[in-house]
Design a protein around this ligand. Structure first.
Ligand code: SER
Length: 337
């Protein structure tokens, strides 16, 4: 008998940390987590963790034979800045890794004659606006607009969304018997900010880096211009959106890829919010032209009306609540200990 489980890849990353805590609270189905790294101590008890590589086919074969997955949260990825330094590795992990997991989900859906749900965090990096004028003019992008990513990571995410749709709607379309398809659902996240972890390898990292540096009393040189604007979201809302999308009834899902967002800030406005709570913070702007160009190509805001309409998406944290009630108190506690 295969054991029922929820699979989380990339579990030791930022989203994984918060998602494991949230899923463990519901406690319905045991969690199986994968990552190259061990899990942080505070969440180790909540899951069965395998330190393993999602590109290891033998490992995936073993998973299929031992487990029946109800839901797969496929979080493993190399982010946008890191991907530019190692495009081959990014493609391996982001595309080949996703393909492996989708095939695993397809195999299990077929075998149990019931779709495996595949929840995929996509990204604002799938957008690529050509210049700042266009970025101002088309501030609130909708899902199908400006899908011209300029990073390896963005291209990988966009392609994997298409692969997910393919595995949900067209896989084995020429086979004699109809297949049971995967149930792929994706959210495109803005820059995420966690009180408990600092991101690594992303290009929206200047936001959380600025805040964590201020809390630690360290000076920070922001690598984008003060005027650059992108949307952000507090980590509890990111987890909320993944869980809400997974819980949405099939009939409600009018599309497989949804924007979700919370608040948009320029880097200067971000700094002002940080200064409000850490008035002594030393924050300068020392833009890195190349990373700046990536952020310039991302939308200033995302239109998440489809998610609001179809599955009742609504963030709990606007900018004020995010700083006042989630980020600042938890970050202060973290660095005081
Ligand atoms: N936070 C990601 C990055 O900066 C975007 O999804 O790469």
């Amino acid at each position: 008998m295969r054991k029922k489980a929820i699979l989380i890849t990339g579990a030791a990353g930022e989203i994984g940390h918060a998602l494991i805590e949230a899923l463990a609270k519901t406690g319905d189905i045991p969690l199986l987590t994968l990552d190259l790294d061990p899990l942080p101590e505070d969440i180790r008890e909540l899951t069965t963790h395998w330190e393993a590589d999602i590109l290891d086919q033998k490992l995936l074969d073993r998973l299929v034979s031992e487990y029946e997955f109800e839901v797969i949260y496929h979080l493993a990825a190399l982010l946008s800045t890191r991907g530019e330094f190692s495009p081959g590795a990014a493609h391996q992990v982001n595309v080949n890794g996703t393909m492996q997991l989708l095939r695993l989900a397809a195999e299990q859906s077929e075998w149990r004659r019931k779709p495996v749900q595949f929840i995929f965090p996509s990204s604002i990096a799938v957008y690529g606006l050509p210049d700042l004028e266009t970025k101002t003019q088309y501030a609130r992008v909708r899902e199908w607009e400006w899908n011209y990513p300029r990073t390896m990571y963005g291209a990988n995410k966009l392609y994997c969304e298409l692969l997910g749709v393919y595995f949900s709607e067209h896989y084995r379309q020429l086979a004699a018997e109809q297949s049971t398809m995967v149930d792929f659902r994706a959210v495109r996240f803005p820059g995420l900010i966690s009180a408990f972890t600092v991101p690594s390898g992303g290009t929206s990292d200047y936001g959380p880096e600025m805040l964590h540096a201020a809390a630690k009393g360290e000076p920070y040189g922001c690598f984008v211009r003060p005027d650059v604007r992108i949307p952000f979201m507090a980590m509890p809302d990111a987890v909320k959106s993944l869980l809400a999308l997974a819980a949405a009834p099939t009939e409600a899902i009018g599309q497989r890829v949804y924007n979700v967002t919370s608040f948009s800030l320029s880097a200067e406005e971000f700094k002002q919010w940080v200064l409000k709570f850490f008035p002594a913070a030393q924050i300068d702007f020392t833009p890195d032209v190349k990373r700046q160009t990536i952020v310039d190509s991302w939308a200033a805001e995302m239109d998440d009306s489809a998610a609001r309409r179809d599955w009742g998406w609504q963030p709990d944290y606007d900018v004020q609540r995010a700083f006042e009630e989630y980020l600042v108190p938890n970050i202060k506690k973290r660095y005081q200990d």
